[in-house]
Design a protein. Structure first.
Length: 183
């Protein structure tokens, strides 16, 4: 996570939606915070995520310190209203994203290090190291939004038209040959 310069402005590291939270501000009981992007931040996030529009981006998060402050858990609910481009017709596709998430961070670089990388879909991800003295709640929401986006948005009724032909005509190289020869 990058840390930001201040509320509502991108930091020098290029984070479009920055809401830094100093790790020292997390009380033993944790804290709750509402985080919401302003118009300029939404426009910058929309560019970053290749969205046509991002009408709202907000979240309610709980932040808790565990393992003697070495592990920080950010749990919350993300809500976003956005417009993507249909992959078939290129028409605008409006979407509402509502996601519950849990991200884990650590202040101890050794806590996040592993000698080898083993991917197990059943296990939790290793905590992400916190760079500097703060974790960025705005960037955490943007990362969750990126994961929740439909990678192939389609307008209602948009279908790919596939022309059935003989095996030779459906071969991509045969199609290229026809284009090249004009036949």
């Amino acid at each position: 996570m990058s840390k930001g310069d201040g509320e509502g402005t991108p930091n020098a590291g290029g984070v479009e939606f920055s809401r830094p939270l100093k790790v020292g501000q997390i009380a033993a009981t944790g804290l709750r915070q509402h985080v919401e992007a302003n118009a300029g931040e939404r426009e910058a996030v929309a560019r970053r995520l290749a969205l046509q529009a991002l009408d709202s981006l907000q979240g309610d998060v709980s932040v808790r310190a565990r393992a003697g402050g070495r592990l920080i858990e950010v749990e919350g609910d993300l809500r976003a209203s956005l417009t993507q481009q249909c992959v078939v017709t290129l028409e605008p596709v409006e979407n509402v994203v509502e996601e519950h998430f849990l991200q884990r961070f650590t202040t101890d670089p050794d806590f996040a290090q592993a000698d080898e990388i083993v991917i197990d879909v059943e296990e939790e991800d290793a905590p992400e190291p916190i760079e500097g003295e703060a974790l960025d709640l705005g960037e955490a929401l943007v990362q969750q939004l990126a994961l929740a986006l439909d990678p192939y948005p389609r307008a209602p009724g948009a279908e790919l038209e596939w022309q059935e032909g003989d095996e030779e005509d459906s071969n991509p190289f045969a199609v290229l040959k026809h284009l090249k020869t004009g036949g």
